[in-house]
Design a protein around this ligand. Sequence first.
Ligand code: RTP
Ligand code: MG
Length: 158
Amino acid sequence: FRCASIEKEQTLGIIKPDGLLSNYTDKIKNVILDSGFVIRNEVSLQLDEDSVRTFYAEHSSKSFFNSLITYMTSGPVLVMILEKENAVADWRALIGPTDARKAKITHPHSIRAMCRTNSEKNCVHGSDSPQSAQREISFFFKEKSAAVYVFLVLKYCP
Ligand code: RTP
Ligand code: MG
């Protein structure tokens, strides 16, 4: 008998305003649950300009930044803590490439392909690394939330 441990990871997922407006929420949530994620916490809110500026600060010098702010403040979003083993990479794989038009061709089963809009309006967000996940989770949720933690599975322990 050896003690087995399962490493659970958390990532941040957001259904963006176009996703909520087009009523993709249930479809996206079904994909999330069917793919083995637990939705650990969720909150629906209307982002203001300052929040988007801070959240997407890494893009502040990009040509699309103002447009991204307009897009992300155009309606409510649904912010979720998603949890499973390898959550960060698995959620990024599930959402597909940034440009939803390309996603339709190269990743036809991805969430962004399902929403089929354009390079900006792509339905969902996903943290791009465990470090980003930790920062983004604490941006939206006050609870102490480690991005990675380990469960000991007691039934396998001697
Ligand atoms: P996200 O952060 O939202 O999960 O998206 P991502 O990693 O796939 O792409 P990123 O480069 O981080 O870009 C953030 C969001 O900005 C919008 N965008 N518009 N018009 C454009 O060329 C353009 N490029 C990016 C998208 O909404 C993208 O998801
Ligand atoms: Mg990104």
